[in-house]
Write a protein that binds this ligand. Structure first.
Ligand code: NI
Length: 201
């Protein structure tokens, strides 16, 4: 398995905090919109992108690198960690909030760079609207559905100090990645197939 290497000119690879670190559990502070284009936030964004790519993650939140600011990045290309995930172009969210567009939820199976080696089932809304600022400080508003909606909800949870293990719907769903692939992957893919078909790649 090989992941893109980090381009030092656009960011540096930061240590990703692991479950049990109290900083991971802090609720992050909003970024002052006037500060978005400042060097602290811009460097943080570059570091998040770099660290996410280096670790092969689908997303990374500032709390995961010990910065208590409401900033996260998401990107899904051909990801060996999640080969079934629909693609998401690189998205930078500052001060994201979301609202559910439906009461419908689905049972997702998630992993997290801060919970090494483990995956488990959580419930996520199937369709949400996100509001945020982009990295230029301009307002963003868009809807996301299907498995990708789960990814955005997961990253926003990090900014409130929450991890997927806080939302486990069934402790029996907790497994290592190997055991997920061995015992649960097929059932999961059948379960979410309709959702993936409905919202597309
Ligand atoms: Ni995570």
């Amino acid at each position: 398995m090989s992941f893109p290497t980090c381009n030092r000119e656009v960011g540096r690879k930061r240590e990703i905090l692991q479950i049990g670190d109290p900083d991971l559990r802090r609720r992050a502070d909003p970024v002052d919109p006037a500060d978005v284009t400042g060097s602290r936030v811009q460097e943080l964004i570059d570091d998040l992108v770099c660290s996410m790519r280096a670790a092969g993650g689908a997303g990374l939140a500032a709390t995961q690198v010990g910065e208590p600011l409401r900033v996260c990045v998401i990107e899904v290309e051909d990801n060996p960690r999640y080969p079934y995930k629909p693609r998401i172009p690189l998205t930078v969210l500052v001060n994201p909030t979301w609202t559910a567009l439906t009461a419908e939820r689905f049972r997702n199976n998630e992993g997290c760079l801060s919970v090494p080696g483990m995956r488990g089932d959580v419930e996520r809304f199937t369709s949400i609207e996100i509001e945020a600022l982009d990295r230029d400080g301009s307002p963003l508003r868009f809807t996301v559905g299907g498995l990708s909606a789960g990814t955005f909800q997961h990253e926003c949870d990090h900014l409130d100090g929450l991890l997927f293990v806080d939302r486990l719907v069934d402790s029996l769903s907790l497994s290592t990645w190997d055991n997920f692939n061995r015992h649960r992957r097929e059932e999961y893919l059948v379960r979410v197939a309709e959702l993936v078909a409905r919202y597309g790649q």
